[in-house]
Design a protein around this ligand. Structure first.
Ligand code: PNS
Length: 161
């Protein structure tokens, strides 16, 4: 069984994330999308909301499931018998940090990282920019899955904190 993980914050999931998840699902028997809990970052959505948005966006993929993790991604991989981390690379600016993480993860636990080049349609896309666009009333359709877009608009209208 070839099992891969797509880790991230997904605050919220974007169409760029979904593109990588769907392409990973075609390569591996099972793909687990793992939402990092990392409390240090300021989030717009709770962990439960981020998981729900991912579940809503990935129902069409029979071999994709959504989970969360705290701590090191390699420990999550070991606990779930995952051999590969799949990451999307948008631009050379992503590469520096991703390379360091991939080498650290390989050094720590022998876990491989597969980098997929992002679909050029989404190379400018990030969760942070999507939140900024939504916050100032911009159109986020075409940037995030439909259900996530509805939640974004709702959250901007009634912020939680
Ligand atoms: O969507 P993000 O914020 O780029 O996701 C980053 C994430 C959560 C995938 C990454 O920070 C991570 O794997 N964090 C867990 C801690 C860890 O294992 N770090 C790598 C060792 S250097």
């Amino acid at each position: 069984m070839r099992r891969a993980v797509c880790p991230g914050s997904f605050d919220p999931v974007t169409l760029g994330h979904l593109d990588i998840i769907s392409r990973a699902s075609a390569l591996y028997d099972e793909v687990i999308v793992a939402v990092g809990m990392n409390a240090s970052k300021n989030r717009m959505f709770t962990l439960e909301e981020r998981i729900a948005m991912l579940q809503e966006a990935t129902t069409q993929y029979g071999n994709v499931s959504v989970d969360s993790f705290d701590g090191l991604i390699v420990d999550f991989c070991k606990a779930h018998s995952i051999q590969v981390i799949v990451k999307g690379l948008r631009a050379i600016s992503d590469f520096d940090y991703e390379l360091q993480m991939a080498q650290m993860n390989h050094g720590l636990a022998g876990i491989e990282t597969l980098f997929m080049t992002t679909n050029p349609l989404y190379s400018f896309l990030s969760s942070s920019l999507v939140k900024e666009v939504a916050t100032y009333g911009g159109d986020v359709s075409g940037l995030v899955p439909e259900a996530a877009g509805r939640r974004l608009i709702e959250r901007v209208k009634t912020p939680q904190n």
